[in-house]
Design a protein around this ligand. Structure first.
Ligand SMILES: Cc1cc2nc3c(=O)[nH]c(=O)nc-3n(C[C@H](O)[C@H](O)[C@H](O)COP(=O)(O)OP(=O)(O)OC[C@H]3O[C@@H](n4cnc5c(N)ncnc54)[C@H](O)[C@@H]3O)c2cc1C
Length: 399
């Protein structure tokens, strides 16, 4: 059978894309080498824009009913001042375990009519006259299979097989400069999220399912091995009382970590193919943007593909608009993220934090900007930052 779209990779980007396309009536095949529910090497803070998408798709309630906590407030403690406040709007940061979130999205894709092959590893694409026409690969224990489609979507993560096969061009590539460690702890009292940026570390802690807290530690890449040896609680010294609280809590599950944290954009479309999520644009997890980005890509790409394949628009033009919209939206956060992951000195930050610490509305705007709920380019631009610190605002020009 030929499909309208084959999606390779069925976690946040792929399952959401498959679900949205199937809900629009397209014939969709979604494949993944993993079987679900399955965990993956990732913490799981879904920022407010991602939460809003889950709600719009009818998936927020099942996550909340499964006991997923939503942190509506956060404490951002960089040292010189503490910013403690609420996120803007109705949503905060949701922290569902990936085995829960990814399986829920995949079930929703299936319920919408997508066909799903789990345990199927794609190892090549099929081409005709330079155009991608399908996939081929190996089913676990079931031999080789192939399938054809008008478009193949690579939602297969940062080391995407699809991106490699189509030689998707990379740009704005930045070196991998950090390492990430995380662990789960029981008995850690939290009223919301907590973030502790330090010159040589960033620690974060969030409530998650099963009464656990996930503690994240980002460190310069060169210090990753030492931090791993010291362990999470000892590596939190100087982060307020977090180290002592984590040391007093009970570790649950083993500590996970990686230095495989690339930063790059890829051109996300070409003849017969498109990319979504980390396959198309990956950034260091230090700002916790990847899941929200993947959900946003899924929405925008499904709209472009439905318009292009349904005849409402020319497919290349719809995909070009998807590419431009993605880059426009993501550029500022990418710059902030790669700067944070490089642990560059933030001299202006102390002035900003002191200026806004006592102002709940400004703290809310700041939390909105670092979570992506307020467009970061509207907040982290020189005019806004200068105005926020000094109270000076440019006089609007007379018409
Ligand atoms: C340590 C760490 C912490 C993170 N913390 C956060 C966080 O708190 N918040 C946040 O928003 N983001 C976080 N991220 C980033 C987030 O995990 C990713 O951005 C997100 O998972 C990308 O989703 P995706 O669907 O694009 O790709 P992935 O989640 O990587 O899924 C890709 C899927 O494709 C499948 N696949 C790959 N190749 C093939 C193939 N050849 N054939 C078949 N299937 C294939 C894989 O099995 C996988 O299931 C973190 C990342 C790391 C490494």
């Amino acid at each position: 059978m030929a499909y309208d779209v084959i999606v390779v990779g069925t976690r946040v980007a792929g399952a959401a894309t498959a679900m949205l396309l199937a809900r629009r009536g397209l014939r969709v095949l979604a494949v993944d080498r993993a079987r679900f529910p399955s965990d993956t090497l990732s913490t799981h803070q879904v920022q407010p824009p991602g939460v809003a998408r889950l709600r719009a798709w009818g998936l927020l309630d099942p996550l909340l009913e499964a006991g997923t906590p939503m942190a509506r407030t956060a404490r951002f403690d960089p040292g010189p001042a503490v910013l403690h406040g609420a996120y803007p709007g109705p949503d905060g940061v949701l922290s569902p375990r990936r085995r829960l979130l990814d399986a829920l999205l995949l079930d929703a894709a299936r319920a919408a009519g997508a066909e799903v092959w789990e345990g199927f590893a794609v190892d090549g694409l099929r081409f005709e006259g330079g155009r991608v026409t399908g996939i081929e690969g190996e089913a676990k224990g079931g031999g080789r299979r192939e399938a054809a489609a008008a478009v193949v979507v690579g939602a297969d993560g940062k080391h995407s097989t699809v991106a490699r096969a189509v030689r998707a061009r990379e740009y704005r590539t930045r070196p991998s400069t950090s390492g990430a460690l995380y662990g789960y702890f029981e008995g850690l009292e939290l009223t919301g999220g907590e973030m502790y940026p330090r010159p040589d570390r960033l620690a974060g802690v969030w409530p998650t399912n099963d009464g656990l807290a996930v503690v994240y530690l980002g460190v310069p890449r060169a210090q990753f091995d030492a931090a791993r040896r010291r362990g999470i609680p000892a590596s939190l010294d100087g982060c307020g009382d977090l180290g002592e609280r984590v040391a007093a809590a009970r570790p649950a599950e083993h500590v996970r970590g990686t230095v495989d944290l690339p930063n790059t954009f890829r051109v996300p479309y070409g003849p017969g193919w498109a990319l979504a999520g980390d396959a198309g644009l990956v950034m260091d997890p230090i700002t916790g943007q990847g899941i929200g980005n993947a959900l946003r890509d899924a929405e925008a790409l499904a709209e472009a593909l439905a318009a292009g394949l349904g005849g409402a628009a020319r497919l290349p033009a719809a995909l070009r608009a998807y590419h431009r919209g993605r880059d426009r939206e993501r550029r500022a956060m990418y710059r902030i993220t790669t700067g944070m992951a490089a642990f560059r000195p933030d001299r202006f930050g102390a002035l900003l934090y002191r200026a806004i610490a006592g102002d709940p509305a400004e703290v809310t705007r700041f939390l909105g900007a670092i979570s992506g709920a307020v467009p970061p380019r509207d907040y982290f631009n020189p005019v806004n930052l200068l105005g926020t610190v000094t109270g000076w605002r440019p006089t609007p020009r007379a018409a």
